[in-house]
Design a protein around this ligand. Sequence first.
Ligand SMILES: C[S@@+](CC[C@H](N)C(=O)[O-])C[C@H]1O[C@@H](n2cnc3c(N)ncnc32)[C@H](O)[C@@H]1O
Length: 299
Amino acid sequence: MALVARQIESDRGTTLEGLLRTGEALLSDAGIQNVRHEAVWIMEAALATTRLALQLDGQRAVQPEDRARTMTLFARRAAREPLQYILGTQDFCGLEFAVGPEVLIPRPETERLVEAFARQRLSAPAPIVVDIGTGSGCIAVALARLLPGAVLFATDRSAGALRIARQNAARHGVEGRVTFVAGDLFEPLRGLGLEGQVAGVVSNPPYIPEGELAGLQPEVQSFEPRMALVGGTDGLAIVRRLVAEAPEFLAPSGTLMLEVGQGQAEDVVRIAAAQGNYGPAHILRDAAGIERVVCLQRR
Ligand SMILES: C[S@@+](CC[C@H](N)C(=O)[O-])C[C@H]1O[C@@H](n2cnc3c(N)ncnc32)[C@H](O)[C@@H]1O
């Protein structure tokens, strides 16, 4: 029995099947849930192979350099780096986006914001749409694809994020329709003649309260950019500014659509009501039933 165990041990990592098991064990020890799938995805990326090839050819020998490359990726994931940063992509609204540590990984709940925004009837033939805090560019690029007549502007304070957002616009053939500008919220839009002209402002702002960051999973708190996550002590610091600053840019009846954190929607509605420039608010829920999007219309 000991001989068999030693044989298995010595096989580990020398065949495809052995390497897969080694990866699964490393990820499992690190507290990762979906180890089989994740180990396969990592091997597909590291070895430029497919799940089917791994299944059919499990006894094939792995070259030392291939093993080393794969083990490096397993080790990164075992350190709880998000799989999307390791693989370099994330799907969003049916499109594949490049991602890296400069940007928030696009989340499924943000697709709700895009869908709701794209569904409204924007009356202008070439409506101007602004995405504040564009990150990977996922919202702006998805909207450019869904609204072929729209002209988009997208801002972010992070130069690294904008580099990735521009790549993503080019990847999806909308680089000529989205203008990316660096700076604080609406600031970089000044001087472009957009005041009072914008049909819709959309934003998924940082909205996690400062004190809650430490309680999030390691993938988020240790790897995603803090600037993309934290919205001040109560999470609403950036939202307050968006609600206050958007009316200057919105055309009459223009919409401001914001993604918000769990339990924040009613607070955001109150902030907008106190601001005085908006009509009645609508709240939309995400697939999990959480109040996720606040829609405001400029009076
Ligand atoms: C929650 S992430 C959203 C990224 C992307 N829109 C998405 O939905 O995946 C928020 C983004 O806002 C940017 N940001 C934070 N504060 C900002 C500010 N004051 N002005 C402009 N962008 C800001 C961050 O760099 C980050 O890219």
